[in-house]
Design a protein around this ligand. Structure first.
Ligand SMILES: O=C(CO)[C@@H](O)[C@H](O)COP(=O)(O)O
Length: 220
């Protein structure tokens, strides 16, 4: 299994964005995470397609868009056009989850499905085969800089078991409150794609990325 770091630019210094993204790429982060918030599904508003479009040609990283928006099917095509290679939508935000996943694939992107901390893992049972990635939120979505909720990692283990039982190889992403001092808890539970915002962008993004990558390499 591949272990990947996906730095969330939500925590970046936007006056230094290009340089900071470059630093994470140099440090070994293969993905770049975009936390898109609409002020409806989550209480905060972040950024949208123009930000992805302006970054698209500035990095070779896989553009990993996490849509924390209501009825994301409405915007899938625009996010893929703006450069998203992976589009992750929330189970709780979709009226028709399967149609939304289909739309992502029709647009040419990989599909991820995400669940909030209070949503049980078994809602995903019929969806695991349909997606390339499952995102288990380790904080309540809406803001960066929160503390990881340890119980969410039990769901990571449960989903990895469900995947193994079904003979499926899928990525499991975790997002929220992940630092170098707790990332191994997530890796041991079965996650292999790590989102980190504050832990990467506060201080030196290059050094922080390298520290994460050293840990991830031990699990390869
Ligand atoms: O997606 C969200 C919140 O909705 C965040 O969890 C960020 O993507 C990660 O932020 P840190 O907790 O790493 O600062």
């Amino acid at each position: 299994m591949k272990y990947i770091l996906s730095p969330s630019i939500l925590a970046a210094d936007f006056t230094e964005l290009g340089r900071q993204i470059q630093a994470t790429e140099t440090g070994g982060a293969e993905y770049l995470h975009f936390d898109v918030m609409d002020g409806v599904f989550v209480p905060s508003i972040s950024f949208g397609m123009p930000v992805l479009a302006s970054i698209k040609n500035a990095t070779k990283q896989v553009m990993d868009a996490h849509l924390m928006i209501t009825e994301p099917i409405r915007y899938v095509e625009e996010f893929v056009k703006a450069g998203a290679n992976i589009v992750t939508v929330h189970y709780e935000a979709c009226e028709d989850v399967k149609a939304t996943i289909r739309k992502i694939h029709e647009c040419g992107a990989k599909a991820g499905i995400s669940i909030c901390p209070d949503t049980p893992a078994d809602v995903l049972k019929d969806l695991l085969e349909e997606v390339e990635m499952i995102l288990v939120m380790t904080v309540h979505p809406g803001f960066g800089g929160q503390k990881l909720i340890p119980e969410t990692l039990e769901k990571v283990a449960e989903i990895r078991q469900m995947l193994d039982d079904a003979g499926l190889q899928r990525d499991i992403q975790v997002d929220g409150g992940i630092y170098t001092n707790n990332v191994e808890m997530a890796l041991k539970a079965g996650a292999n794609v790590i989102v980190a915002g504050s832990a990467v962008f506060k201080g030196s993004p290059l050094q922080n990325t390298k520290e994460f990558m050293e840990i991830l390499k031990r699990y390869e």
